[in-house]
Structure formats: C-alpha cells, structure tokens
Design a protein around this ligand. Sequence first.
Ligand SMILES: [Zn+2]
Length: 491
Amino acid sequence: MSKRLLLGLLALLAVLAAAVAANTLRQGSRQLQVPPAPVVQVDEAAVADTLAALVRLRTVSVVGEPQANADQFRALHAELQKRFPRVHASLQREVVGDFSLLYTWKGSDPSARPVALMAHHDVVPVAPGTESAWTVPAFEGRIADGHVWGRGTWDDKGNLVAQLQAIETLLAAGHQPRRTIVLVSGADEELGGLRGAAEIVKLLKARGQRFEFVIDEGLVLTEGVVPGLQAPAALVGVAEKGYITVQLTAKAAPGHGSMPPPAGTSAIAKLSAALQRLDQDQFKPALQGVARELFDTLAPEMGGLQRVVLSNLWLTRPLVEAQLAKAPSTNAMLRTTTALTMVNAGNKFNVIPGQAQAVLDFRILPGDTREDVLRHVRARVGPDVEVQAVGGSTDPTPVTPTDAASYRHLERTLRALFPDTVVAPALYVAGSDSQHFVPIADAIYRFSPIRATPADLPRLHGTNERISIRNLAELVRFYHQLLAGLDVPAT
Ligand SMILES: [Zn+2]
C-alpha cells in the first residue's frame, strides 16, 4: 500500500469518526421537561382491598358461552356500585351485551371531543395443571408482601379500579370535566370484545360521538426490559398489529406406506416444501415507522455503545436491523411475522394420507395488509397447495402520530408523575379492545403505567399474576392527572 493511500484512508476514518461522534452528540433528549405533578392522596389500603375483592369474583369469559359465570359478573357489577358510590350517583351507567359496562361523565362543553378510558373485567382462566405453582391461589384475592395477588390484578381489573378511583376522587373534589369522559369496561375482551367493546362502539357511533383520544391496556412501564437503557421506559402503544390466519392444504393420491410415490409428490412432502419456503423466505425486517421512532427516541437516553450505534443509523442500520431481528420481541416490531402453528396429516403409520394441512399465524405490521400476506403466501407455496384465510382477521390499525395534542398531553402527564421515566412511542404486537374504536377515535393509546421487569412479563396470562400496592396507587394518580390535566391549557 502506498503511503498516500494509507494517509487517505486514515483521513477518511477520521472524518467518519468525527461524523459519528457529532451525530451522537447532536441527537439530544426528546423528553419533555415538565414540573412535577401535585401528589394526590390515595388510600392505598382501600384501593388494594377493592381490587382484592374483584379478584375473588371469577369473571372468566368463555368462548361460545356468553352466560358463563353470569353470577360472578353480576356480583362484580354490584361490588363496583358499593365501592364507588359517587361514580354511580353522578355518571350515567349502561350495561351492554349482558355484562360489559359503559359509564358517561357528561362534560360542560358539548363542542369538546370526549375522551375514553378503557379496561376490561373478564379474565383468562388458570392454565390447567399450573394451579399448584401459584404462591397465592389465583382467585383468593390476598394482599401480601406489598402486592395484591391473583388473576386479573394486572390484566385488567387493576386498571379498572384505578380509573374508577380516579373519577371517584375527582368527584369528591367537586371536579366538573369540560370534555365528556367515557369509561368502557368489556366483559369479553379476552375473546375479542365482539359483544362488549364492539357493541359499545356501535352505540357511541349512533350517538354521534367522536373521541379526541382513547386509552386502553397494552404496553407498560418497563424496567430493565430495553437493553442499554438504564431508566424505566413508558412505551406507549401508538398502533396495533393486524393479523390473519392462513390455512394451507396439499392433496395427493393416498396410498400404502410400502409403495410410496416419487419424492416430493405426496401431500406431506408438498406441504413440507411449502412450509419450508414460508419459514425461510419471510417478510423483510426494516427499522422504519413506529420502530424507527421508538429507537430514535430511546437512543439519546442510552449509554455507551448502544447510543453511538443507534444515533448513527445512516451507517449502522443493516447491523442494527440484523441484531433486532434476532430477538423475538424486537423482531416482531420490524416485520410482518410468520408463525407456523399447526400441522395435521395422516392417522396411521403405514398409510400415505391424501391430504396434509397446516395453519400459519401472521401478525401484520402497519404498512402491510391482509392482501399482502395472502399474495406473499401464494407466491411461495406454488400452485399445488391451496391457500385459504380462516377465522377472524384484521388489518393493522392506523398509527397515532406523536405530534397529536393528545400524545403531548399523555407524555406531559407521564413525565410529571414519573420524572425519571423515558416516554417513547412503540408498536403493540398483541390485541386490545381499543381496536374497535378505530372508526370513532382520532388517537388511540395502548398503555398503562403498570411496572414490569423482565421477570414480571410471564405473569401476564401466566402464573403468580400480581400488582404492587404502591404501583396501584400510581395508576390512580396517573388517571387522576390525565383527566384533571385535560382542562388545563398546555403551556
Ligand atoms: Zn387484558
């Protein structure tokens, strides 16, 4: 190598390093600086006791059995009436689809768009065989070690109790909202919300209501979940992925196992080849849209190498995309995912079946559609395999932009209550009842400040579900501040 070339290369490296450093430093924090919110007094023991009482009511929703646990749902309604007298005296209460609840707190200004708080009071059952793994039985409703334990404490009775308590407290203080506040609590969220939230939305639509924003369960206040980020992160779900279930069917002449057809021509072989192609040749991952905004927001809050790498995506993007695509949780934010979930063929060891079937679960990224998925599948399985969408499906929801006034309000509320917490938009890869509000809401947020460390994540729909009493009080303050701050003009 000539000396001149070497010097040239060194100069180039120096320029590159300077650009990387400049970029890293230039991308300052995007976090709002707001004064701390006044601390609202919360009777922690009373709120915990109310949640524990609700946990004892086994409001498990069951597919195809709308009247399952009817007595438990009715008892829950009665418990709410007993525990929140002001709410029940001042708000209009309607029961929709048997057990779902709609409360309306009429605002003083009919021209101001209403706001909806959402929760749900049905729960998933305890997985059979896991009962003994619970430290406290799932429906005992015990308060111990600073926590309320049991099914529904996190998902989602804790939010319901906190929302009602916030309104109860505001009513006690004589608060009169300018905007109408609606509280929706579904009784069949875990089944898709068709009898609850969907019917409530029909009702609200018929009344001509259109919402400034809707806030529902979804992402949480994570601690130690984002690699490289020391601070807790309030990840606000600004969009929900869509989904479609695709069934593949391959057919061939059945036969005896002793005289198989040529390689690649049996139903199982054709189906296997199709599955192999779909597994190997998936939608491409890309750091764009919500995921891009998430990492752009988090980067300045990170330390060390992560900050440098994420602040210089112009250079590091292929590397970062490959890295994120490796972990299932981040992979799901970058692409429409392909999951092979069911295979069915044959019923005897020596009979070659005439049909083989498989089911794939696709979760659709904003930007792709159900049609795109079907096209993707057809292009890879070839003409020999039938492709059919089965069961329910939805396209992804629209993305709520972070420059919406309601996002600013949510962000201010969070920063005022949780000053050391980084607020960032993110993609919610599961589903919530709020999806039914898409036609009548300007903005939808899937978030509640439930604190979760990596060790807590398996508790959701899992074993030893719980919420700390302190966190429950934080939820009350969050909803209180969110509603009280609505009528205060932003500065
Ligand atoms: Zn839930």
